[in-house]
Design a protein around this ligand. Structure first.
Ligand code: SF4
Length: 349
């Protein structure tokens, strides 16, 4: 039994319950978000007739098929097929006691970053609130863990989350809801290519999320070469929005910077980055480029990344070099491109 409306679209406190038994709403929320039940049959303490009624109206999993690719470093890439046949991806990263899920907010991405395989796919469509949230539930089920064991979420998969604002925020609200996944907003990172108006709108939500901005270049010319949609917003405008974010109580911002040999890794660019970020509380993530298919880019060498990093740390910036997980399965940053080759397991949902 599968209804048409997705139950995950509803906030946990707006879930249905029979008129005479309002407590059933909390039971249903617990089945979904504490136990990760994705079938009506599993919800054994709910009356059978009510489950049949719910099943006729609502569907549980927003996906019809799941393929699983395990990387040598233990990260797992999930290729998820939606009922309309479109596909999206999530990457599960269990390491050092932390279980993190990188989720997508779209099918493909309209930003078109030249160094990113997802950008080369173009824009498919926005994911609904249920389709964003559902990634946590289906991955938890496939990994054999409870959904609440995933304590860190990064909205860094396919898509520009701030262009799918209402659905991304709706999913986040269920993630942090005490009857939802009960996550700390401080453990949710939302990544954006830098949309000043949407950053200010997010600041007004007063949620202590982590904001990650994909800057990738400190100068307009280079940035426009590698992020075609950067034409819409000057770097100065993005930086001004980050000052507003922090003035409104927003937390430290993560600056994402993919290291591309001969493109954005010169030392003058490191110095320009230092000047640009002056006065902001930031952490800079330097990401060695992850190669894919026909990409013309190469990663900066380790030595050049170290030199670039020294300029930043010398100026007092907090910096890390992030070697991505899942490179061998196409699950690393910038590699998500819906490849279905080499799946270890697949299943209908
Ligand atoms: S890097 Fe992010 S914003 Fe740019 S195309 Fe890829 S998914 Fe979209």
């Amino acid at each position: 039994m599968q209804g048409v409306q997705s139950l995950l679209e509803l906030s946990p406190d707006a879930l249905p319950a029979p008129d005479a038994q309002p407590y059933r709403r909390a039971q249903l929320a617990a089945w979904l978000y504490q136990r990760g039940a994705l079938s009506w049959e599993a919800m054994t303490n709910l009356p059978r007739a009510w489950r049949a009624e719910l099943g006729a109206r609502y569907r549980l999993s927003p996906f019809v098929r799941l393929e699983r690719f395990v990387s040598a470093d233990a990260s797992v890439r999930y290729l998820l097929t939606l009922p309309d046949g479109k596909q999206t991806e999530a990457v599960y990263m269990p390491y050092r006691g932390r279980k993190t899920l990188c989720v997508s907010s779209m099918v493909g991405c309209p930003a078109g970053c030249a160094f990113c395989a997802t950008g080369a796919l173009g824009f498919g469509r926005n994911l609904s609130r249920a389709e964003i949230l559902g990634q946590l539930l289906v991955v938890a089920q496939a990994e054999g863990i409870a959904p609440r064991e995933i304590r860190n979420v990064v909205l860094m998969g396919m898509g520009e989350a701030l262009l799918n604002y209402d659905n991304a925020l709706g999913a986040i609200r269920t993630m942090i809801h005490p009857e939802g996944l009960d996550m700390s907003p401080r453990r949710i990172t939302l990544s954006t290519v830098g949309l000043p108006g949407r950053i200010r709108r997010l600041a007004a939500e007063r949620l202590p999320l982590v904001l990650a901005v994909s800057l990738h270049a400190p100068d307009e010319k280079t940035r426009r070469e590698i992020i075609p949609t950067a034409h819409a917003h000057a770097i100065e405008e993005i930086i001004a929005a980050l000052h507003d974010w922090q003035a409104a109580g927003g937390r430290r911002v993560t600056i994402e910077y993919t290291m591309l040999a001969g493109v954005n890794d010169a030392l003058w660019q490191a110095e320009a980055l230092v000047a640009l970020l002056r006065g902001l509380v930031v952490h800079v993530n330097l990401i060695p480029f992850n190669p894919w298919g026909a990409s013309p880019f190469r990663s900066s060498s380790r030595a050049q990344i170290a030199r670039f990093e020294r300029v930043l740390t010398g100026a007092g910036l907090s910096v890390s070099v992030r070697f991505s997980r899942g490179r061998d399965t196409g699950g690393a940053c910038g590699q998500l491109a819906l490849s279905g080759e080499g799946a270890l397991a697949s299943s209908g949902l």
